[in-house]
Design a binder for this molecule. Structure first.
Ligand SMILES: NC(=O)c1ccc[n+]([C@@H]2O[C@H](COP(=O)([O-])OP(=O)(O)OC[C@H]3O[C@@H](n4cnc5c(N)ncnc54)[C@H](OP(=O)(O)O)[C@@H]3O)[C@@H](O)[C@H]2O)c1
Length: 227
């Protein structure tokens, strides 16, 4: 039977490419994001199902998990990919709205989705949760305090989840990509990883043999040396 996957942040960038690669491999995919037109074009292109949800709203986070479980029958693989860094500034200039938004989308939403998934995968003793963190959680950079804090927090959560989920035979993978050339930043970065390469490394973790769990994977473009 086809394995089912819920992908967040699927309208653009790494998530969109993940949906393309997974549907090509025969996975049954439920995609979510906020941009209706982009989601519709992805449905047409790949045959995935999906729904719009703003992950900064906890009610919509829970609801989109229910929609995915209902559309797919069950969620075998959850990929917590949605994320943003809307504010790069010195600590003296950061504001509450920016850090609350990043907390909501980069940490709270994937934690809630992981909770919903564990409630179903745990009793089934089968499933896989993939959390897209960032190499920012392995280093430090001026003006990245909000994003770094959220991704360090997400890494901490994922490390705990890896241990809890193992006890009920559920796989958890923390993914640490370096720079990827996406809409994530305003400027183009052709020297960074392509979305195809970034997504392929995640697919590699999902398609590992049944007796393998990839706990974490770190990958970067060769131009990066901040590690
Ligand atoms: N690009 C990089 O260099 C890089 C490096 C390391 C890690 N990452 C991580 O990789 C993940 C994907 O990044 P990307 O580069 O593919 O970014 P992207 O091209 O900017 O795409 C981000 C995705 O997240 C969704 N999203 C953002 N805010 C949302 C919200 N409030 N509710 C629902 N969905 C929301 C967007 O949906 P809409 O546009 O439809 O709102 C979009 O589909 C993120 O977690 C990012 O932190 C990226």
């Amino acid at each position: 039977m086809k394995k089912t996957v819920l992908v967040t942040g699927a309208t653009r960038g790494i998530g969109r490419e993940l949906v393309r690669q997974l549907t090509e491999l025969g996975f049954s995919v439920f995609a979510t994001g906020r941009d209706e037109a982009l989601l519709e074009s992805l449905r047409t292109e790949t045959g995935c199902s999906g729904a719009i949800a703003d992950l900064s709203d906890p009610a919509q986070v829970i609801e989109v998990y229910r929609q995915a479980a209902s559309a797919l029958g069950q969620v075998d693989i959850l990929i917590n990919n949605a994320g943003l860094n809307n504010r790069k500034a010195p600590v003296s200039e950061i504001n509450l709205a920016d850090w609350e938004l990043q907390y909501a989308v980069n940490v709270r939403a994937p934690m809630l989705l992981s909770r919903e998934a564990m409630r179903e995968m745990g009793p089934r003793r089968r499933g896989h949760i993939v959390n897209v963190v960032s190499t920012i959680a392995k280093t430090s950079q001026p003006n990245y305090s909000i994003y770094s804090t959220m991704k360090y927090g997400f890494m901490g959560f994922t490390k705990c989840l890896i241990k809890e989920a193992r006890e009920v035979n559920v796989k958890v993978t923390a993914v640490y990509p370096g720079g990827v050339d996406t809409d994530f930043r305003a400027e183009e970065r052709p020297e960074y990883l392509s979305v195809e390469s970034a997504a392929r490394m995640i697919v590699h973790c999902i398609t590992a043999p049944d007796d393998v769990v990839v706990h974490d994977i770190t990958y970067r473009p060769m131009v990066e040396s901040n590690f």
